[in-house]
Design a protein around this ligand. Structure first.
Ligand SMILES: O=C(O)[C@@H](CO)OP(=O)(O)O
Ligand SMILES: [Mn+2]
Ligand SMILES: [Mn+2]
Length: 514
């Protein structure tokens, strides 16, 4: 024990047998809900998960994965992968980014911090650019926080503001982009009445423009760079409301995938490219989908795509997005200090870890699990395996994704007996659930169930232990509901497909009695 009384040494568990391989399986987006036709997990054939449910009651729990139980601001906040994996990996609950930003904005402390002072240095001569997800989903960002920041920045001296919006349709219903852009336009026109030159300068759908993660497809970030920094995009409009309305006229249009657009003046000139001397804030609080754009904005050495022009700017994140890389250097709100996570304990106790998922969820079982830190704690004790995801497709086209490949890697790791903990994330329920394609989500759930079977069979072979759980709900409820739990119909009498996560609880199955 150190002089401070803290020790990395783990005591033996009173009940758990020692020296057994432990498999930790996280089913992404797999909650518990009433069995009906919009519950894709119920509709799908899931014999493995069904048999776990029939296990002895002391071997399972239903646990909350949303709201204050996991460190989110309110009970209306659905769970998400960041909070879910942070909590699972740390074994503790932290006030998450959303909550910390709320505090900083409400108290005004955000304007006293180093990050704001740094961007403020550009307010006299330059433009303040705000880039982020425009919705009230509360997973990556929140509209009310953007509104407060706009007000606060202008009161603190910003004279020229440009907002670069990313439309959502994933944490909120598809089609809501129009309303969010109208609300923002209205706010900006009020700022203009007060003499602030404030406008939307560019936009695009979050999954097609800017918000890629874990380096799955740099083309996504490049499209954003071209519109936001260079002022170039295939679509040009004079207002953002016109842009989203027009782009949504395409019968296949989807808020998540709207093509990039820039706003131009009467002479066709972009109204807000990012220039030398400007300040830039990425206003998402959540890390994973901001790391790549942060690298593009901050790194001098950068070879992921041709940036063409690299403006000399003062850049700050809403939070610092990567604690290991210290990226970005400047930020408006201190991120949660997620320390002494389980992974770090394991390496200090000589326990060997194997972690695996496919690219789109790889960072969930590594970066998020380790408290938003990239890299290994101790490379000699850990092996992280990333299976490349298919890029450039929506996952309803390939609902099985790489579940089988992930399970095979986990199986081989278990049977090799080289690891004490083998943890995986199975993305299917979540990634296909987000597409809103109900039929494909049923196929996805079956594939995830088969993957669980392969892993549990391997665990049985080595006499190991398993924990099967989820980070939050998604595939178990694919329809927007009214207060009495019935599908809420739109004005044409149609159901509204829910692409988002849910407020449902998740299972926690253990192969031993806790
Ligand atoms: O795709 C994402 O970014 C979020 C939804 O916004 O999903 P998850 O939290 O499961 O990663
Ligand atoms: Mn998730
Ligand atoms: Mn998700």
């Amino acid at each position: 024990m150190s002089s401070s009384g803290f020790s990395w040494k783990l005591e033996d568990h009173p009940k758990l047998p020692k020296g057994k391989t432990v498999a930790v399986v996280v089913l992404d987006g797999w909650g518990e809900a009433n069995p009906d036709k919009y519950n894709c997990i119920h509709v799908a054939e899931t014999p493995t998960m069904d048999s776990l449910k029939k296990g002895a009651p002391e071997k399972w729990r239903l646990v909350r994965a949303h709201g204050t139980a996991v460190g989110l601001p309110t009970e209306d906040d659905m769970g998400n992968s960041e909070v879910g994996h942070n909590a699972l990996g740390a074994g503790r609950i932290y006030a998450q980014g959303a909550k910390l930003v709320d505090f900083a904005l409400a108290s005004g402390k955000i304007y006293e911090g180093e990050g704001f002072k740094y961007i403020k240095e550009c307010f006299d001569k330059g433009t303040l650019h705000l880039i982020g997800l425009l919705s009230d989903g509360g997973v990556h960002s929140r509209l009310d926080q953007l509104q407060l920041l706009l007000k606060g920045a202008s009161e603190n001296g910003a004279k020229r503001i440009r907002v670069h919006v990313l439309t959502d349709g994933r944490d909120v219903l598809d089609g809501t982009s129009v309303g969010f852009v109208e609300t923002l336009e209205n706010d900006l026109s009020k700022l203009r009445e007060k003499g602030v030159d404030a406008q939307i300068a560019s936009g695009g759908g979050r999954m097609y423009v800017t918000m890629d993660r874990y380096e799955n497809d740099w083309g996504v970030v490049k499209r954003g760079w071209d519109a936001q920094v260079l002022g170039g995009a295939p679509h040009k409009f004079q207002t953002a409301v016109e842009a989203v309305k027009k782009l949504r006229e395409d019968p296949n249009a989807n808020d998540q995938y709207l093509p990039p657009f820039v706003i131009v003046d009467e002479s066709g000139k972009p109204v807000g490219p990012i220039l030398d001397g400007d300040a830039v804030v990425t206003f998402n609080f959540r890390a994973d989908r901001m790391v790549m754009i942060a690298k593009a904005l901050e790194y001098e050495d950068f070879d992921k795509f041709d940036r063409v022009r690299v403006p000399k700017i003062h850049y700050a994140g809403m939070l610092q997005y990567d604690g290991e890389l210290k990226l970005p250097k400047h930020y408006l709100v201190d991120p949660p200090e997620i320390e002494r996570t389980s992974g770090e304990y394991l390496v200090h106790n000589g326990i060997r870890t194997f972690a695996c998922s496919e690219t789109v969820k790889f960072g969930h079982v590594t970066f998020f699990w380790n408290g938003n830190r990239s890299g290994y704690f101790d490379a000699s004790m850990e092996e992280y395996v990333e299976i490349p995801s298919d890029a450039g497709i929506t996952f309803n086209v390939q609902p099985k994704m790489k579940a089988l490949e992930i399970a095979e890697k986990a199986r081989d790791a278990i049977l090799s007996r080289k690891f004490d903990q083998v943890r995986v994330n199975l993305p299917n329920g979540d990634m296909v659930g987000h597409t809103g394609d109900i039929e494909a989500t049923v196929v996805a759930c079956k594939a995830a169930d088969e993957a669980v079977k392969m892993i549990l069979d391997a665990i049985e072979q080595v006499g190991g232990i398993y924990v099967v759980t989820a980070d939050h709900g998604n595939a178990e409820d694919m329809v927007k509901r009214n207060k009495s739990g019935q599908p809420a119909l739109d004005k044409n009498g149609n159901i509204q497909v829910l692409t988002s996560h849910t407020l449902q609880p998740v299972w926690n199955f253990l192969s031993f009695s806790s």
